[in-house]
Design a protein around this ligand. Structure first.
Ligand SMILES: [Zn+2]
Length: 277
């Protein structure tokens, strides 16, 4: 289990670096996510081109989209509350990581009586995450003394930070958990787009999910023939959802699945594997 301040910083830096590295930069993942949402929306007639739809979904969280109109009648706002929420959450998380990294940096500098680095203003998602990463690296490698000839000074400084609850909350929760959520969200969009359905574009009739398509209508295969919900379920539980699970998702309008049903699905998968082999 991660417990030291430097381990939290190391994990957050790794997550932020993933999000700022080609081919899965946050900007690219946001675009993929918007495309996936647009592809799912082809069930409704928008009278908009796929490109316009993707742009509108991305813009919807920024409040600067050219489609934004005071009557609230823009097509991007008619059905896309989920899309808006997803984009707004990503944007919000990026801002939160940056401001929390700056807070953590300054809080540590005060505790250790070291001059902090002044944060740079940053515009755009990439710059926002880059700035968060720099603040954390400078915190880890300079605010915490880092003289190889004097390791005791470093370890006692780390103890000072570890003993401060607010410091640890900033690193574990405000910085760490937010960066980790951001990475998981973007990684899911990136992975969903790397399958054979990568070239699926809005406008083409979407394929139904091969796992749950016979149990409900309107599913869209986004990753290896599976809908987003089945993909998430299978990735997480390493088994296919059963009919009962899919019916429950439909009935409750959520992705929640009781543990007992997951155990049944796993057992079902093992039984099927035995009967095949
Ligand atoms: Zn499915």
């Amino acid at each position: 289990m991660t417990t030291t301040p430097t381990a939290y910083i190391g994990q957050a830096v790794a997550d932020l670096r993933w999000l700022t590295t080609v081919p899965h930069t946050i900007d690219h993942c946001v675009k993929l996510r918007a495309q996936q949402i647009a592809a799912e929306r082809t069930r409704w007639a928008y009278g908009a081109s796929p490109t316009e739809m993707v742009e509108d979904i991305i813009d919807s969280a920024w409040g600067t989209g050219q489609h934004a109109d005071p009557t609230g009648d823009g097509f991007g706002r008619r059905h896309d509350d989920d899309a808006h929420e997803t984009m707004a959450s990503i944007r919000h998380a990026a801002d939160l990581v940056r401001s929390s990294a700056i807070d953590a940096h300054h809080h540590a500098a005060r505790l250790l009586e070291v001059e902090p680095r002044a944060p740079h203003p940053s515009h755009g998602l990439m710059a926002t995450l880059n700035e968060a990463e720099v603040m954390l690296i400078v915190l880890r490698d300079r605010i915490i003394p880092n003289d190889p000839d004097d390791p005791d000074v470093r370890s006692s400084a780390i103890t000072v930070l570890a003993d401060n609850p607010h410091m640890m909350w900033l690193l574990r929760s405000a910085v760490g958990e937010t960066a980790s959520w951001l990475r998981a969200t973007c990684e899911a969009a990136f992975n969903a787009a790397s399958g054979p359905e990568r070239d699926a574009v809005p406008g083409r009739k979407p394929d139904e999910c091969r796992l749950c398509g016979s149990w409900r209508k309107g599913t869209v295969a986004v990753s290896r023939g599976r809908c987003e919900q089945c993909t998430a379920f299978q990735d997480h539980h390493k088994c296919k959802p059963t009919e009962a699970i899919v019916r429950r998702w439909e009935a409750t309008g959520t992705s929640s699945t009781p543990p007992g049903m997951i155990l049944e699905a796993k057992a079902h998968g093992r039984k099927r594997a035995r009967s095949v082999g």
